[in-house]
Design a protein around this ligand. Structure first.
Ligand SMILES: [Fe+2]
Ligand SMILES: [Fe+2]
Length: 177
């Protein structure tokens, strides 16, 4: 137990704990999407989702690390079961994009709460996520737009699959908790 007085408010702890859960759920959802692509034999799309699933775990761990650094005990919540079936690649990526829009909204709401409580430390911590969500929305929407462009052209789909096969997981650097 820490004795230093730097405790986060109950509301902030609850919101950050919920966010850890949302990030793990994101990882689960993207893993489920990866499996959908595997059975569609779209290995590049699947690779992209597997990398994204790994990235989501690093997001969860950043929140975990922050709570821990602030002297909070992390009480993990249960993770919901993600959707398991999508009809085509476009439906999958639309789902991913919609999900990221929801995550952005969650992050924004915690920022609003932190500002309301005058918790500038948490606000500063959250700015990394505010920026990250720009990338998350742009990358998922980018694939949605490409899929819309090719419609059901199989050579176009093959090209996108090749492109998404290139994505590699880059672990966060040491100074990013
Ligand atoms: Fe995330
Ligand atoms: Fe990202």
């Amino acid at each position: 137990m820490r004795v230093i007085d730097m405790a986060l408010s109950k509301n902030i702890v609850a919101a950050l704990t919920k966010q850890i859960n949302a990030e793990f759920f994101s990882s689960y959802l993207y893993l489920s999407m990866a499996s959908q692509f595997d059975v569609m034999n779209l290995k590049g799309f699947s690779n992209w989702m597997k990398v994204q699933a790994q990235e989501e775990i690093t997001h969860a761990m950043k929140f975990f690390g922050y709570l821990s650094d602030r002297g909070s005990k992390v009480e993990l919540l249960s993770i919901d079961r993600p959707k398991t079936r999508w009809k085509d690649p476009l439906e999958v990526f639309k789902g991913a994009y919609d999900h990221e829009v929801k995550v952005t909204d969650m992050i924004n709401k915690i920022v609003t709460l932190a500002l309301k409580e005058g918790d500038h430390t948490t606000n500063t911590f959250l700015q990394w996520f505010v920026n990250e969500q720009i990338e998350e929305e742009a990358s998922t929407d980018g694939v949605v737009q490409k899929l819309k462009l090719i419609k059901s052209d199989s050579s176009g789909l093959f090209m996108i699959d090749q492109e998404l096969a290139q994505r590699v997981f880059v672990p966060a650097t040491a100074n990013q908790k």
